[in-house]
Design a protein around this ligand. Structure first.
Ligand code: KIV
Length: 271
């Protein structure tokens, strides 16, 4: 297919197109990325949306939670990703304490993200309790995605980060509050599939599930987990490749060949 033909069948993903996908029954694919190299590959593979998640605290920085991630770090990674991407919708997480203080703080920091990264939208964790902030961002024309269910930034309050969230009434209230406040989409993390299906049926904005079953409008996975790089293997994760093994094996061969003088051979040397 020519580039022009493919741009007609697969046009650049914008916030309105992302939101309209639900009406067409078109499933939305999203993965996380944190740098230029991987973002370019995921975009070329045709993913609809790339999330610069604050999961980078764990998978890039090697920390145990997302809490230490700063706004400047999100901007640094977000800019690299947005610069690499030609088609997918790039969304950048607002990190812990960059929006919880007040709606004004959120607008200022989300504004920095959009201005300094070139990303299309931001994501924050919360529903009912962040409704005023979602409303303020939306009123400032900053597209915002909500994130309910398991919320990693609340780990200090609620403890274990890997528990399935089962409060159906609370989850529905969060989703409805996010929609009413003006969110253009919502991540549902680690909730029972029946609840995710019900929320998806009852709200008009796309739901993007992670550990929330097939009834959502789309799915998101942390790329390092999906590709088998991190070794993190929760029940909901489908590992699509074993890149850790590929990289280990290639690097071990390189070490061996440098050690025994097999590399570089004449084919890889200049006369
Ligand atoms: O930070 C992140 O990667 C996320 C996804 C797990 C949805 O928020």
């Amino acid at each position: 297919m020519t580039e022009l033909a493919s741009s007609k069948t697969n046009p650049i993903m914008t916030v309105p197109r992302f939101a309209a996908a639900k009406g067409r029954g078109q499933k939305i694919s999203m993965v996380t990325a944190y740098d230029f190299l991987w973002a370019e590959i995921f975009d070329q593979a045709g993913v609809d949306s790339i999330l610069v998640g604050d999961s980078l605290g764990m998978v890039v920085q090697g920390r145990s939670t997302t809490l230490p991630v700063t706004l400047d770090q999100m901007i640094y990674h977000g800019e690299m990703v947005a610069r690499a991407v030609k088609r997918a919708l790039v969304i950048v997480d607002l990190p812990f304490m960059s929006y919880q203080v007040s709606p004004a703080q959120a607008v200022e920091n989300a504004g920095r993200i959009l201005k300094e990264t070139g990303a299309a939208a931001v994501k924050l964790e919360g529903g009912v309790h962040q409704a005023a902030t979602i409303q303020a961002l939306s009123a400032a024309d900053i597209p915002v995605m909500a994130h309910v269910g398991m919320r990693p930034q609340s780990v200090r309050k609620y403890g274990a980060m890997s528990k399935v969230q089962r409060d159906e009434v609370g989850l529905m209230a969060d989703a409805q509050a996010a929609e009413a406040a003006g969110a253009f989409g919502i991540v549902l993390e680690l909730i029972p599939q029946a609840v995710a299906r019900r929320i998806t049926a009852e709200i008009s904005i796309p739901t993007i599930g992670i550990g929330a079953g097939p009834g959502c409008d789309g799915q998101v996975l942390v790329s390092c987990d999906m590709l088998g790089l991190s070794g993190f293997q929760p029940k909901f994760l489908k590992q699509y490749a074993d890149l850790r093994e590929v990289v280990l094996s290639a690097t071990r061969q390189y070490v061996r060949e440098v050690g025994d003088g097999t590399f570089p051979d004449p084919a890889h040397s200049h006369d």
